[in-house]
Design a binder for this molecule. Sequence first.
Ligand SMILES: [Zn+2]
Length: 231
Amino acid sequence: MSLAGHLYKLQQLDLELQRKQQELRDLEHQLSDNKALVAAESKLASQRTQLEDEGKKQRSSEWELEDLQEKGRQIGNKLYSGTTKNPKELVNLELELKGFKSQIRPKEDALLRLMSQVEEIEAEARTTSEELDRLTREWDESQRTVGQRKGEVETMLVQLRDNRERLVQQVAPEALSIYERTRLAQGEAVVKVERGKCQGCHITVPTSQWQKARAGDLIQCSSCSRILYLE
Ligand SMILES: [Zn+2]
């Protein structure tokens, strides 16, 4: 294989190395990115706290209501049992009973509102919990498949670096440093000559130059400095 041919092969290896390194970075990012999962966890935690608070409010409202109802019942018993004969006392009891009844109604309404609020939060928490289950399953699955792919890519990278090492040993150091410099400057260091033109900058390469390149000399394009390669 000609020198330019070796360098062309080196370039293909380097491009493949770059692609695999990029893939490895992407995979590592996927393995560590659990933002959605963390967000769902914290959402569920806050809904559960809210549920606990509203539940406490609901219970204390129930107790208050039961207390009022019990007191109302006691007055009612006194009023209708016939044990109280004194008319003035009876009128007072009636007023007292009325007073309790007027307190009970708004408490019942407030309790109903609280109960429906609790139900609403319970439904939301159920949805979040299902979402969290789904995200957890997806996360476990992706840790498994992405982790497996990461292992494969790491093995490929080791092989590619080995191949590169071997190939580099077959190239003269001066040619290698021209390759590295051109690669840094142009991205693509080795280009083919097709129909007499440099495929890097599309300028026509003088016949004498591409003939030398074909004969195995290391020839750089006079316009873009890329290394010319003819199969
Ligand atoms: Zn060129």
